[in-house]
Design a protein around this ligand. Sequence first.
Ligand SMILES: Nc1nc2c(ncn2[C@@H]2O[C@H](COP(=O)(O)OP(=O)(O)OP(=O)(O)O)[C@@H](O)[C@H]2O)c(=O)[nH]1
Ligand SMILES: [Mg+2]
Length: 613
Amino acid sequence: MTTHGDSATQADAPTVAARTGSTDAGEDRPATTGDDSLPAALADLRAAIGAARFPLALPSAEPARRAAGSLTDQLDDYLLPRLRRLDAPLLVVVGGSTGAGKSTLVNSLVQARVSAAGVLRPTTRSPVLVCSPADSGWFRQGELLPGLTRTNEPSEDPHTLQLVTAPALPPGLAFLDAPDIDSVVDANRALAGQLLAAADLWLFVTTAARYADAVPWELLRSARARGAVIAMVLDRVPPEAADEIAAHLSEMLAAQDLGAAPLFVLPETSVDGQGLLPDRVTAPLSAWFARLAADADARAAVVRQTLDGALAALRPAVEGLADAADEQVTAADALDERVRAAYRGAHRAVEQGLKDGRLLRGEVLARWQEFVGTGEFFRTLEARIGRLRDRVVAAVTGRPAPAAELREAIESQLVTLLRGVAAEAAENAYTGWKAHPAGAALLEPGLAHPAGDLPERAERLVREWQRGVLELVRVEGGDRRFVARTAAYAVNATGLAVMIAVFASTAFVPTGLEVATGAGTTVAAQTVLQALFGDQAVRTLAAKARADLLDRVRALLDDEAARYLARTAEARPAPDTAEALRRAGNGVEMARHRSGLADADAARLPGTEGGGS
Ligand SMILES: Nc1nc2c(ncn2[C@@H]2O[C@H](COP(=O)(O)OP(=O)(O)OP(=O)(O)O)[C@@H](O)[C@H]2O)c(=O)[nH]1
Ligand SMILES: [Mg+2]
């Protein structure tokens, strides 16, 4: 037995892929397209993919980043340059398991030691491209695989492509010896994948010992799914087991819908002093490639089929990216909502605190009672403006009047409330993010607590609010009905009464107060409050002061929440990412159909038997 497996079912019908509506190869094959919108559509897609970001740590993000990288590579390495030059030489990428004999096979096919073969695994670390001297200009100019630096010398650097010319190789056909696809070396694996994505034809090399391995089959399936043209080499087969193994591999190929891929079975032999396989072993494969090289139509059909398959595979891949981009937006929205909910809760807690009278306890209540009880309040109520001035003078020159103490008590009570709700909101937002994979990745410990300047800001907020209340009292004092009373109420005392009314707002009546029963000052304080609430003008002022306080609190809490929201805003992909991807993917698909590539006949490969095709 010499070469191919006789039992291989496809030996007589080596058309590639399922689309076999064959006419005579050639004749009315479109050179490219009746329409040249494909390059522009691909450029749009390239831009949309380049702009897509998947920054949030979702399970789909890393696969999407990788897929985006491979798509970009494939566009740059293969699709764009191939589309510009459909008549460029056919590139056969030789891929397969480590040590399968890929380099040895390439060397033997071109009858020269162009790529080092060796016993150390993996041997090939940087790709070697071998072509006819006539084609070296095209490969050297670097349109194809532009990311790889061309060298003339062997290299270990995976970012280089060594170019070798082999006079034994006919023009129109080139081999690329790739690193192993199942490498223990990550860079090798990644490079092998990238190179296969740039192939017009995959020559898949496996051995009798390795052909059932999983990794090659995964790659083969994905290549098949994209309609790439594939040929298989089963290398180093012990002659006595050749039929059995070839039959088994053929079955496996057929089961994967790869039954149409030509299969070459090479028996185990020893290599010669040059490390090359004997001619009789490689002859059928050499002959097959010679026929392919001689048949421009067959080569063109191979190029078109692989190209069209790769183009057709773009839309579903891009759809996957768009879905991942949608997930990013959904996750960013969900994270934002967790933060907003936490800070809405904080705002509600303040509203509630103003409603339920809790602020009128302890120190504030005591100071209020003192304020009322010392008679200052009553005296002030009766005061004329002139007397108010006197009191102000007294207040700044003497020891702090009970009014100042009440004001401070109000301030500290409110600040305590604000600090409490801000701390709780920060904690809730933190917990909410921590429970979300993308949120956890955005957290830093400081976020679990309010901003460092919160206490200071809360104090300022309350003081500014208090000033606002006094201003309000002054302004409302301009109201005709209110004027008479305001003249009587000193602005300061009225302001404090309004603040107390805010704390005890709406329907709250002092019976709910934490009152020490029987105490004279308490009774006075209650009476005064009741009187205050009976006063429509005070109620109106209190409602305004309350709304103002809540507005200020909202602004403060918004700033607190912004510490979180800034993180999602920064991580969030541009809102139209998914849409731009889908639009570009559809654009490519439409251009592909218009191009006529899709209508091309399935590639007709030469037969694997010796002789004509
Ligand atoms: N006896 C014998 N040895 C072979 C044959 N093919 C390859 N070898 C030897 O097997 C070893 C590996 O061959 P390579 O051609 O380097 O294999 P490769 O697939 O290129 O390996 P990597 O570059 O590491 O992926 C070398 O020592 C070859 O000389 C063969 O058909 N018969
Ligand atoms: Mg090698």
